[in-house]
Write a protein that binds this ligand. Structure first.
Ligand SMILES: O=C(O)CCC(=O)C(=O)O
Ligand SMILES: [Fe+2]
Length: 272
């Protein structure tokens, strides 16, 4: 296998695509890819705190990587939590470059189509299996631990970029009755703030008087439904426009059932 094939295999092991999920194998393959000259694989090991620089060849410590500081309760109705220092600055820098940015898209219940929406003029990269890497999957697994919700019900993650004046106007993340029932409900939203060098750009919940500005690596997450599972209008929220500088966010929507799970996609077996 080429170094790049080894790196691709590492992602499939980390995701558990077409096979049981296995961190040890993912890290071993990532190391082999790095040794074979794949620079991105080496960079990922560095982001994950593997000590390549001292030549110790220590594998990343997955137990440490899946741990996080205690969440702070910001509201009970709706259930809204923040975690300072959820991700490292190196992880945030890494996530910022993932995927291909395009206009953010929304589901239109009237037409059943996904299209652009004036409510949301920021740019968005929806990460497909091909865009995933071991670092991104480690962060998603940490999100699964924090939310106590399993990865197979996670939607494709999104990287959001707001330039000055761009915004995601007040909206709810839960799905309305017009959405196909088979797709389940979007029960939770997890936001990871990837930078802090901008003014404005808060995440605002007008119905409960919360306006939050995360620093690099901080997380904000909330249940979109009440404890009985009913959509909760109090979760109305907006991504306010930054006044200067760009705001970058990693956004993970979570369903109550499996929906286009990355894990179910057929494993693309590299040749050789
Ligand atoms: O960028 C923000 O602060 C909000 C993002 C958001 O509402 C979402 O991704 O659903
Ligand atoms: Fe939202």
């Amino acid at each position: 296998m080429t170094a790049s094939d080894l790196a691709s295999e590492a992602v499939l092991e980390a995701v558990g695509a077409g096979r049981p999920q296995n961190w040890a194998r993912a890290f071993t393959l990532l190391r082999a890819a790095a040794d074979g000259g794949d620079e991105r694989a080496g960079a990922q090991l560095a982001v994950l705190g593997s000590d390549a620089a001292t030549g110790e060849r220590r594998d990343p410590d997955i137990a440490a990587l899946l741990s996080f500081p205690a969440p702070v309760r910001m509201s009970e109705q709706p259930r809204l939590r923040s975690i300072a220092g959820f991700a490292s600055a190196a992880e945030c820098d890494w996530l910022r470059g993932r995927g291909t940015l395009g206009p953010a898209r929304v589901f239109d219940p009237a037409t059943g189509e996904v299209g652009t929406d004036p409510l949301r003029n920021n740019a968005c990269a929806e990460l497909e299996l091909d865009d995933l890497d071991v670092v991104t999957q480690v962060v998603r697994a940490r999100i699964a631990a924090a939310t106590r919700l399993p990865l197979p019900v996670f939607e494709k993650p999104q990287v959001l970029r707001y330039r000055p004046g761009e915004q995601f106007k007040a909206h709810v993340d839960y799905l309305g009755p017009a959405s196909p029932a088979a797709d389940g409900q979007r029960i939770a939203t997890f936001l990871l703030f990837l930078n802090e060098d901008y003014a404005g750009g808060e995440t605002e919940f007008p119905s409960i008087g919360v306006r939050h500005r995360g620093r690099t690596g901080d997380a904000l997450f909330f249940a979109n439904v009440d404890p009985a599972g009913r959509p909760d209008p109090l979760t109305l929220h907006a991504g306010n426009p930054p006044r200067d500088g760009e705001k970058w966010v990693f956004s993970q929507w979570i369903r109550d059932r499996s929906f286009t799970p990355l894990e179910r996609l057929p494993a693309a077996s590299p040749a050789g």
